[in-house]
Write a protein that binds this ligand. Structure first.
Ligand code: SF4
Length: 309
């Protein structure tokens, strides 16, 4: 415990000296969330990255998130503590596949989930997150949209907008959100009859059917804080429970599946964050052409959020 405390102190000191900011996704380890300047979902972290005046951004999340921060801050150092923190879902949609679909459906607009590589984003019309997928699809002046890489979020956006959505690839998925099982959630519901069930749209639609609320991690967080309920069954990566328990300590939060753990998100440790700040490694490097092409669709999404404030 003392060693952890010392490491936290050292991180805080380095952070001040180097004018750095630490951004952490909701799925990070509890101790990483606790030393971060900001904890949130992809959309919130993108906004933070776009607005920060820090010289160094330490991004505790997976590669596509740090890439998004780098696209928005080409004049700053964006660092990731462990460069093996890759998102398997994002890797399911290489840029060549987006180009192939674009040739096949030239009239369709392309909306990419933020959980995609910068090289793929360079070919889309707009980027979205799980918090605003339907809204972004609705903003496209086309009744048909190509959407990737998550097929469940594509279905969710289709259900909410009534537009025709063509998923690319056909079966892109998050291996963590695929772990939830409808019958297990029904059993949990019976055990905790007063609890609300909250699910992420990356889950299979059969899970949405048994949920009281479907939304991104930021929306789940907001819902839990606003709700009168004192128990919540949470169908997303277990990391979100740390923040929920901390900020609504009077309630109980039950993971819909205890082993819903994103091993990639958990690669970052306090030790690695310390080394990342001390040695200023590992820097996210992207070709300038990708930066300039991916910037526009990301900014399109951020502008919509700005106008709603
Ligand atoms: S939880 Fe799923 S989508 Fe999110 S980073 Fe992990 S593998 Fe990728």
């Amino acid at each position: 415990m003392n060693a952890q405390f010392n490491l936290m102190e050292k991180i805080q000191k380095l952070k001040r000296e180097k004018k750095a900011v630490i951004l952490a996704h909701n799925y990070q380890r509890p101790e990483i969330q606790d030393i971060a300047d900001f904890v949130g979902d992809s959309l919130e972290l993108s906004l933070c990255a776009a607005q920060t005046d820090a010289k160094i951004i330490v991004f505790c999340g997976v590669n596509f998130m740090a890439e998004t921060a780098a696209v928005l801050n080409f004049d700053k150092k964006v660092l990731i503590p462990d460069r093996n923190a890759l998102c398997p879902m994002a890797s399911m949609l290489p840029a060549e596949l987006v180009r192939l679909y674009k040739r096949k459906y030239p009239k369709a607009k392309i909306v990419l989930y933020i959980n995609s590589l910068a090289e793929a984003k360079a070919y889309c019309d707009a980027v979205c997150t799980s918090a605003n997928a339907a809204e972004i699809v609705n903003r496209m002046d086309s009744e048909v949209a190509l959407f990737g890489p998550d097929v469940n979020l594509a279905r969710y956006a289709q259900m909410k907008t009534g537009k025709k959505i063509i998923p690319m690839p056909r079966y892109g998925f998050c291996p963590v959100h695929k772990l939830f099982n409808k019958n297990s959630i029904i059993r949990l519901r019976q055990a905790y009859p007063d609890a609300e069930v909250m699910a992420h749209p990356e889950c299979d639609p059969s899970i949405w059917e048994v949920a009281d609320f479907v939304g991104s991690t930021s929306r789940m967080y907001g819902r839990a804080l606003a709700s009168k309920a004192n128990g919540f069954i949470v169908a997303t990566e277990v990391g979100l429970l740390h923040r929920l328990k901390k900020d609504k300590s009077e309630a109980i939060f039950i993971p819909a599946y205890e082993e819903a753990i994103c091993v990639n998100m958990k690669l970052h440790t306090l030790e690695k964050v310390y080394l990342c700040l001390r040695d200023e490694k590992y820097k996210i490097r992207l070709p300038p052409k990708i930066i300039s092409k991916a910037r526009e669709p990301i900014e399109f999404m951020l502008k919509i959020r700005e106008t709603q404030r």
